[in-house]
Structures are given as structure tokens and as C-alpha cells.
Write a protein that binds this ligand. Structure first.
Ligand code: NAD
Ligand code: WQD
Length: 351
């Protein structure tokens, strides 16, 4: 189902985890794509593998620009070459712990970068944006499932950048109603492309659960620390809404189509999750089943700032975007393992 008129999309942060998977789907759906990325948390090899996955013909419709959103000149260079119908804005720093220790880096990168992007978009009259928000804007929710109109709260500087950027988007739309902005609140993105050629490749010791489990499975780390075993949940470990990155990628296509089709969209937030909660221990068991590997665990105290249980209400995305997650935890673990097993050291060629 390609688009009839070839639409041209700028993807910021397109070399990263969610970006690469989304770019593959965009190209397959008939969009033209330009990436801007400073490779701060990614490698050019990931973009080469996207090209390999889509083949030589679709590859011609993909352009990579090395650039930093903190430099307006870098964004300007890309916009001055061609017209964009919309921007998907992934570029940002995302490590919660690092943001606590170095908030200025997060405010500079995520806020200044995004403001530069909006200014350049306005200058070139490109006023459609899909923005990567996060379930982090729900803080520690008092009720679950999380519904889009819940009160929002940030728990750390990273979360504050997402909260501020949501508010900035709403203010821009109030001041200039012709802007159409979709805020996608991702829950916990995991898994990888089914080919095993692209996937998440964090630098250093992973902060998030699935990349950590993956590194234990391939022998890079000795055991998984399970943070919290006394939560008021069925097995005592915390519950999250894990979502397959390919479902997330398709959610971006649905959001783009909505932007193009609906002049009344304004600035609207959508949860992208499965609507189902899975505990840390259930995730470990599912990964062991998918990989055939034993994951040694150590039960540890709770991690500070963590919520007991977070999962999405998916009603709005289903109704308004016509999007629903297809994959469950078994497919997430299968594809995560396929990526890990074929690329135990990520995109690096050797140790
Ligand atoms: P990622 O780090 O893999 O990708 C982000 C990309 O942006 C990287 O390639 C990085 O080099 C690039 N980048 C960062 N700052 C830049 C700048 N100033 N200029 C140009 N490029 C820059 O992260 P991801 O997991 O793909 O996340 C994408 C987006 O989704 C982020 O905004 C993140 O906050 C958000 N998000 C991620 C998760 C998650 O768990 N992965 C959950 C919710 C929201
Ligand atoms: C999941 C569960 C941990 C690691 C984070 C960000 C959020 C969003 C998604 C960007 C928790 C437990 C983890 C480990 C463990 N990112 N865990 N051992 O915290 O739900 O969300 O990523 O927007 O903003 O906060 O995800 O994968 O870190 O943790 O037991 O080594 O796994 O305590 O219960 P989280 P996570």
C-alpha cells in the first residue's frame, strides 16, 4: 500500500534504534526519506543495513545527512536542498540516569535541538510533525491503564524534556493553528527487525531491561539484577507495557497518514503500547523460552524512581489512528534474541 504521491519525510535521529526500524517501513510504504543524525548514539553501519534490507531501488530514496540539531546551520542545509511534507522527530538523548547527573546536556540537546528544528520548519513552511514522546510523562501513574488525558508529571530531567516538549508543541499549535503535531507516547520499545540485521545497540552497560537480558544471554554480562521483588504485583516484580519496535514503526506510518488526512488533528497525543502489562520475571521467562538460554538473576532492591505498574490505554490510537499492536512478548523475545544471536556485539564487527 504505497502512497500515490511520493511524500518526502525528514527523520531526525533516523540512525537510532526506533529510527532505523521506522525508516525501513517508511521506504517500503513508498515514502522518500532524509535522515539527519549526529551519530551521538548510533553508527553509520545501522543506516547501511537499512539500505541492505530495503534493497537497491528503495535505497535510492534514502538520504543520510550527518548533522546536529543543536546547530541551526546543519538543519538549514537539509531544508534548503528539498521540500519536506513532514518531520518525524526521534533525535534526542534518552538515558534517565545520565540526565540526573547532567541535566544541562539534556536540556541543551533535547530542548534547543527541537526549538531549532521548529524554527527551521516554520521558515520552510513545513508544519507537520510526529514527535517521540514517552510514557515517562505519566510519572508514577495513580491509575492504570494510562489514558492520554491524565495529568502529566516528570520524575527526572529526561522526563522533563519530554514534558516541556509536549507543552511547547501545544503552545505552537495554539499560536499557529495550521501546525499539525502528533505526540506519540511510547511505552517500553523492545525487539528488533525480524531479519536480525538491525536492532538496539546501546553504548556501555545497558540501562533498560531487554538490552541487559540480551547481553546476559550472549555472555557479555554475568547476571541480571532484578530491581524490586516486593512490589504489590503477582510475582513481586514491576510491570511494564513492552511493545515490539516494528509495531512502533507502523504506528509512525499511521500517525503520518493521520497528519496528512486530518486538518483538524491539531496537537494530539497518542499512547503506543500493547495495553498489556508484563512483569520483569515474566519477561525473563519469555526470553529464556525464546533463546533456550538460562538468564541468571539476582533479586535486588527497587530502583529509585520506578513505578509499580505502567501500561497503556490503547483506545485512542486504535480509534483515531486505526493502529493496534500485532506482536506479543513471545515475538518480541524471539526477534530480540535473533538480533542478539546474530550480532552479539551489536554493530561492531569484532570485540
Ligand atoms: P536512540 O538513541 O537509538 O536514537 C536517537 C538518535 O538521535 C541517535 O541516532 C542519536 O545519534 C540521534 N541524536 C541525538 N541527539 C541528536 C542531535 N542533537 N542531533 C542529531 N541527532 C541526534 O534512541 P531511540 O530508542 O531510537 O529513541 C528515539 C526517540 O524516542 C528519543 O527521542 C527517545 O527519547 C524516545 N523514546 C525512546 C524510548 C526507548 O525506550 N527507546 C521510549 C520512549 C521514548
Ligand atoms: C523496566 C523494568 C526496572 C533493568 C525507561 C524510561 C522511560 C522510557 C522507557 C524513554 C523496571 C526493571 C531494568 C535491569 C531490572 N524511555 N529492570 N533490571 O524504567 O520502564 O522505562 O525506558 O522514554 O522513560 O524510564 O524501562 O527497561 O529501564 O525497566 O529489573 O537491569 O525492568 O526496574 O521495572 P522503564 P527499563
Amino acid at each position: 500500500m504505497g502512497s500515490s504521491v511520493e511524500q518526502n519525510i525528514l527523520v531526525t535521529g533516523g540512525a537510532g534504534f526506533i529510527g532505523t526500524h521506522t525508516v525501513v517501513q517508511l521506504l517500503k510504504e513508498g515514502f522518500k526519506v532524509s535522515i539527519i543524525d549526529n551519530l551521538d548514539n548510533s553508527v553509520i553501519e545501522a543506516v547501511d543495513r537499512v539500505r541492505e534490507l530495503v534493497g537497491p531501488d528503495l535505497s535510492k530514496k534514502l538520504e543520510f545527512n550527518l548533522g546536529d540539531l543543536r546547530n541551526k546551520g546543519d538543519i538549514e542545509k537539509v531544508f534548503s536542498k528539498q521540500r519536506f511534507d513532514a518531520v518525524i522527530h526521534f533525535a534526542g538523548l534518552k538515558a534517565v540516569g545520565e540526565s540526573v547527573g547532567n541535566p544541562r546536556r539534556y536540556f541543551d540537546n533535547n530542548l534547543v535541538g527541537t526549538i531549532n528544528l521548529y524554527e527551521t520548519m516554520a521558515k520552510y513552511n513545513c508544519k507537520m510533525m510526529v514527535f517521540s514522546s514517552s510514557a515517562t510523562v505519566y510519572g508514577q501513574p495513580e491509575k492504570i491503564p494510562c489514558v492520554e488525558d491524565f495529568e502529566l508529571k516528570a520524575m527526572n530531567p529526561y522526563g522533563r524534556t519530554k514534558l516541556f516538549l509536549e507543552e511547547i508543541a501545544r503552545d505552537i499549535h495554539v499560536a499557529e493553528p495550521e501546525w499539525r503535531i502528533v505526540l506519540l507516547r511510547y511505552f517500553n520499545p523492545v525487539g528488533a527487525h525480524e531479519s536480525g540485521r538491525i536492532g538496539e545497540d546501546p553504548k556501555g552497560i545497558p540501562n533498560n531491561l531487554m538490552p541487559y537480558i540480551q547481553q546476559v544471554a550472549v555472555g557479555r554480562l554475568p547476571e541480571l539484577n532484578v530491581y524490586g521483588h516486593d512490589y504489590p504485583t503477582d510475582d513481586g516484580s514491576a510491570v511494564r507495557d513492552y511493545i515490539h519496535v516494528m509495531d512502533l514503526a507502523d504506528g509512525h506510518i499511521a500517525a503520518l497518514r493521520k497528519l496528512f488526512a486530518d486538518p483538524e488533528i491539531g496537537c494530539t497525543a497518542y499512547n503506543l503500547g500493547t495495553g498489556r502489562g508484563t512483569s520483569v520475571l515474566e519477561m525473563v521467562a519469555a526470553f529464556e523460552k525464546a533463546s533456550g538460554k538460562k538468564i541468571p538473576i539476582k533479586l535486588c532492591p527497587r530502583r529509585s524512581g520506578d513505578a509499580t505498574a505502567v501500561y497503556a490505554s490503547t483506545e485512542r490510537a486504535e480509534k483515531e489512528l486505526g493502529w493496534k499492536a500485532k506482536y506479543g512478548v513471545d515475538e518480541m523475545c524471539r526477534d530480540q534474541w535473533n538480533w542478539a544471536n546474530n550480532n552479539p556485539w551489536g554493530y561492531q564487527k569484532k570485540l
